[in-house]
Design a protein around this ligand. Structure first.
Ligand SMILES: [Zn+2]
Length: 322
């Protein structure tokens, strides 16, 4: 019997414990330099229908809140909107990860000369997760300036949180999104560990189909389960489709830029009715495996020795203990 879903944020950590988890691994959490974070929040403020940002707090308080939610490991996603900023963003997110043990070293990149060198630096600094936002960045995932980057990430088996859903929010950039460019990218680099953000919303159905054809592809749940209008309607048989992709569905919240309490997203996941094992895999085991985090109570450190792996093959814990 799955315990009742959390109704408040205070009930999230106890819920995770009740299903036998040491906590939660959140693959889709944003931390950016304050000037960029403020600009992102101002963008969300301008949306109609409104998107109230519930956790618009200073960084310390946001880190503390994630800890109170029982989030034991989380990323620090930032993304470049133009050339020349990826290195600056990466210095910020990698420094945060060096300071705070629960933060997974996370980096981004942009199609520009020097992109491969920047990614090389991020990997050497322990980078364990990458983030790319095609709509905000307004670039082609298959831009030749990224060929070397994809090859590096494929070789290192680094998970890449990829925002490729064309969200119509008036900011443009939809033409770079959708399943087409992602399918072409996977034809060229089939061993990439892509994690499609927001279950691919608003193109859920097409991205869920693409995931069935590409066994390494994962999807994160960020804001995709609560029926928020901006992200389109998920297919009616979403529960069945996610059950088929069990082991490749990854917990993500989009914290802090979310208009609903964190608990509501956990509750929506529980309400899919796919059982306790599914919940454990989504909330800890699958993101943990992608990020090289063990299943042990001590949690371990992200970014430990990694090797290419597929769903259900080798856990981060096993890899670390080799
Ligand atoms: Zn996000």
């Amino acid at each position: 019997m799955v315990p009742p879903p959390p109704t408040t944020d205070a009930e999230v950590a106890p819920f995770a414990r009740a299903i036998g988890l040491p906590g939660i691994v959140d693959m889709h959490t944003h931390f950016m330099p304050p000037a960029i974070q403020d600009a992102v929040w101002r963008h969300f403020d301008s949306l109609e229908p409104p998107w109230p940002v519930l956790y618009r707090w200073p960084e310390d308080r946001r880190l503390e809140m994630l800890a109170r939610l029982g989030v034991r490991h989380h990323t620090a996603l930032a993304y470049a909107h133009r050339p020349g900023v990826a290195g600056w963003l990466n210095r910020y997110t990698l420094a945060l990860a060096a300071r705070e043990a629960q933060v997974v070293p996370t980096f981004t990149f942009y199609p520009e000369p020097g992109a491969a060198e920047e990614v090389g630096r991020a990997l050497a600094a322990g980078g364990a997760c990458a983030k790319v936002h095609l709509q905000v960045g307004r670039f082609d995932a298959n831009d030749p300036l990224l060929d070397e980057v994809w090859a590096q990430l494929e070789q290192a088996a680094i998970p890449i949180v990829l925002h490729a859903g064309a969200v119509e929010d008036g900011s443009g950039g939809e033409e770079w999104c959708g399943p087409g460019p992602v399918a072409r990218l996977l034809e060229r680099f089939p061993a990439l560990h892509l994690v499609l953000a927001h279950l691919g919303a608003p193109d859920h159905a097409a991205f869920l189909d693409l995931a069935r054809r590409h066994p390494l592809m994962c999807l994160d749940t960020a804001m995709a389960l609560v029926g928020w209008p901006r992200l389109g309607q998920p297919p009616r048989d979403l529960d069945r489709r996610l059950a088929e992709l069990d082991g490749r569905v990854v917990w993500g919240s989009d914290f802090p830029t979310i208009p609903v309490p964190y608990a509501d997203q956990v509750a929506a996941l529980v309400r899919l009715g796919l059982g306790e094992g599914f919940l454990r895999r989504v909330l800890w085991e699958t993101p943990g495996r992608l990020l090289g985090i063990g299943t042990d109570e001590s949690g371990g450190q992200a970014g430990a020795a990694r090797a290419p792996f597929g769903p259900g093959e080798v856990s981060g814990q096993e890899r670390r203990s080799r």
